[in-house]
Write a protein that binds this ligand. Structure first.
Ligand SMILES: Nc1ncnc2c1ncn2[C@@H]1O[C@H](COP(=O)(O)OP(=O)(O)OP(=O)(O)O)[C@@H](O)[C@H]1O
Ligand SMILES: Nc1ncnc2c1ncn2[C@@H]1O[C@H](COP(=O)(O)OP(=O)(O)OP(=O)(O)O)[C@@H](O)[C@H]1O
Ligand SMILES: [Mg+2]
Ligand SMILES: [Mg+2]
Lengths: 226, 226
């Protein structure tokens, strides 16, 4: 359902050509739970942005549910980003003037949903920060901001969750709770989950681990000890 | 040299009173290397902001080198923040319109130092990202931005380094390199280092581990297996 064929992403900075992704071939099926690992700067966030339709390849093709993303209309793209994909950003990207609750409620308001406050509150409860619902991001700890980002990504029950280092600022216990939540969504609701992580024990909550180095995939293995 | 006596920090949000720090007593001597751990929201960043003179207690006293910080003049405070303390922020706080090199050079320009470009470049080399010196923050990976923040904190050779989760977005190998660098500065140059971390193996690079829960210190122990 997620298919990258010979995907390359390059940037030009002054005289240097940077290859953030270098000829990447990758397939992820519906209902899989996959970890993406690799050194800092190896292309993981770039991959996630392309998979999440937030960025486009310089070369190669990205297909989602058998449709080439470059051939989709702007409306179809907005629909995918808004409804089907829940994105947890590495740097949270919360709106600074809105409270935690309002940040999580916003995606629901955009498509005229009912019951928006109750659903946003339920998402905050799932990540354990409902008691901070009236705080703005600057009034929250780093890990609390991270969890608002997670709640926001989950609130529309997306069919794909892309989590870019969702536990980086969380203590082990809270990190385990988040991974258990993602695992539950994957197993019970068949949601496809991709998690970028630097930690082996977080990677082991997944079925498969893909490892990047310098923009290329260097290994792609099932997680054995289950 | 760092001494908190009965320090409390509270916030009022609507009807709730939040106790971010609750009667904290803590002493850190010159040349110590200390880890601070605890669940998300337990007060670690609040502690660091007070120790770094970026915030003030609601109650209690914070003394730095035997001088009560509340009695220092604005000039003396600016001097401490600018020269003596290198702060590595949990959310990097880089200037978005400046390159990595310019972000690291900025503290040196403020006090009329010589050789600013060379010194900034050397700091970037120490954290392994000199090849990204001309990138702006939005053109860097999460871990690369984190390392620019680390280089900036070290460039003025401060006597105290406060690192709030310096390896949160780094793969283990790069994280180990950063901790080895901090350890080297501590052992060779007698720099006092305080590291907030969620990871046990990072904490073990330190001499002592202080653990917070709900704004209070619940344990304070030496690191035994060295
Ligand atoms: N400006 C503020 N207004 C209200 N509450 C605040 C403010 N800043 C922090 N808090 C609250 O104080 C508590 C401690 O925050 P702090 O940032 O010190 O936690 P932390 O231990 O660093 O957490 P993390 O590991 O998630 O970074 C949190 O519960 C947070 O919600
Ligand atoms: N807009 C840009 N312009 C130039 N180079 C970029 C840009 N965005 C990313 N890069 C470069 O592309 C490479 C891959 O970046 P990416 O953010 O995908 O890494 P990452 O694997 O997510 O790293 P981390 O673990 O540190 O978050 C990095 O070396 C980075 O410097
Ligand atoms: Mg990244
Ligand atoms: Mg913090």
């Amino acid at each position: 359902m997620i298919s990258l064929q010979n995907v390359t992403k390059t940037y030009q900075i002054g005289p240097s050509l940077i290859k953030a992704l270098d000829n990447v071939n990758l397939s992820i099926e519906v209902g899989e739970m996959v970890a993406v690992m690799g050194p800092s700067g190896s292309g993981k966030s770039t991959l996630m942005n392309i998979v999440g339709c937030l960025d486009v390849p310089t070369a190669g093709t990205y297909s989602l549910k058998d449709r080439k993303v470059e051939e989709l209309s702007e409306n179809e793209l907005a629909d995918i980003r808004g409804t089907n994909i829940g994105f947890i950003f590495q740097t949270y990207n919360l709106l600074p003037r809105l409270t935690a609750l309002a940040n999580v409620e916003l995606p629901l308001l955009y498509d005229g949903s009912k019951n928006t406050k109750a659903r946003a509150l339920e998402a905050l409860e799932k990540v354990g920060i409902e008691d901070r619902k009236n705080h703005k991001p600057s009034e929250l700890s780093g890990g609390q901001q991270q969890r608002v980002g997670i709640a926001r990504a989950l609130v529309k029950n997306p069919s794909i969750i892309l989590a870019d280092e969702p536990t980086g600022n969380l203590d082990s216990k809270t990190g385990v709770e988040i991974m258990a939540l993602l695992q539950q969504l994957n197993k019970n609701s068949k949601i496809t989950v991709v998690v970028v992580t630097h930690e082996e024990e977080i990677a082991n909550y997944n079925d498969r681990v893909i490892t990047f180095r310098d923009g290329s995939i260097v290994s792609d293995k099932p997680v054995s000890d289950k």
